[in-house]
Write a protein that binds this ligand. Structure first.
Ligand code: ATP
Ligand code: MG
Length: 293
């Protein structure tokens, strides 16, 4: 695969970072660089990170700045090749056979094929962005199958022939790292670990995503969330929780609930586990922002 320095008008990591922020996704320089290199080298981008750090959203934002249709394959335990590639529409086939009576009907044609995300991505009229989300939830066998798909981007359908993409899709894989991925898969990709954003970036994300929130509230919420993340919680808050907590507390405050009570009342937006709530209850006073301008 030849190196392509400019993709859809994006000629550097800085270009990509700017374009992403135009799409409301604020990427750190390291993420923008990894994503730019993956695009330039024509390799899949593998994003790993804790839940809620912005992996899925990063893929969608990249699709949006490249003006590519985003086709998502959501992985889950037990997912198999059929669910990822295609299935035959049996009820429709049976109906057609019944209606045809004595006449011949070819029920192995496109009319009876249900395209699943991988086939959809190959068939898309323009280059698409294929998001393989939460690949760590699938098993090793499915991962090996994906590796093969990513090496040739063809699907062979015995009844109708081989489908090949006019242009291989841009591929982004995400993993929450609930298990380690194969060495072979990693080798094929450009890898980036997304960390929680630093406080300034996270406050900027809150401001970009939640239009009603004041800067001081965003800063205060980010500081508190970072203190929570340092605690041994089962479900540490992700970036979405930070944004929503700021929004929810702002709403309550606008309805007359004073600070910091508004933060405490909106706690269900940020802590979503009974054990975490119990653990944090006696510690909340020390963590909640006392005063917000
Ligand atoms: N860098 C960012 N810029 C803007 N918004 C962000 C950013 N990171 C996260 N977000 C916000 O956080 C939300 C959650 O992110 P996302 O769903 O992508 O996380 P994830 O890493 O895929 O989580 P999970 O592992 O639970 O699937 C997004 O919908 C978005 O609102
Ligand atoms: Mg996700």
């Amino acid at each position: 695969m030849p190196v392509q320095a400019t993709i859809a008008g994006i000629a550097s990591p800085q270009d990509l970072q700017r374009a992403l922020s135009g799409a409301q996704y604020l990427a750190g320089e390291d993420l923008a660089t990894a994503a730019y290199l993956a695009l330039a080298l024509g390799k899949p981008l593998l994003l790993e990170g804790a839940p809620g750090v912005g992996k899925t959203e990063a893929a969608k934002a990249i699709g949006s700045v490249l003006a590519r249709q985003v086709i998502r394959l959501q992985c889950y335990e037990g997912i198999d090749a059929a669910a990822a590639l295609y299935e035959w529409n049996y009820p429709r086939q049976m109906l057609a056979i019944r209606q045809a009576g004595e006449a011949y009907v070819n029920v192995y044609s496109d009319d009876y094929l249900l395209a699943r995300p991988l086939l959809e991505a190959l068939r898309a009229p323009d280059q698409s962005l294929l998001l393989i989300d939460e690949i760590d939830r699938s098993d090793h066998e499915f991962e090996a199958f994906l590796l093969e798909f990513l090496s040739d981007f063809t699907i062979s359908i015995p009844e109708t022939g081989t489908v090949r993409a006019a242009r291989a899709p841009v591929v982004v894989l995400t993993s929450n790292r609930t298990r380690d991925l194969h060495e072979a898969l990693r080798r094929r990709c450009v890898y980036h670990w997304i960390d929680y954003p630093d406080p300034a970036l996270e406050a900027a994300i809150v401001m970009a995503r939640a239009s009603t929130v004041a800067q001081a509230t965003a800063d205060a919420v980010v500081a508190s969330v970072n203190l929570m993340r340092a605690e041994p919680l089962t479900k540490p808050p992700g970036v979405a929780e930070t944004v929503e907590w700021a929004e929810a507390a702002t709403l309550l405050n606008s309805q007359g609930h004073p600070w910091p009570l508004a933060f405490r009342q909106a706690i269900g937006v940020v802590l979503k586990d009974q054990d975490d709530l119990t653990y944090m209850a006696p510690r909340l006073d020390a963590i909640l922002p006392a005063e917000v301008a």
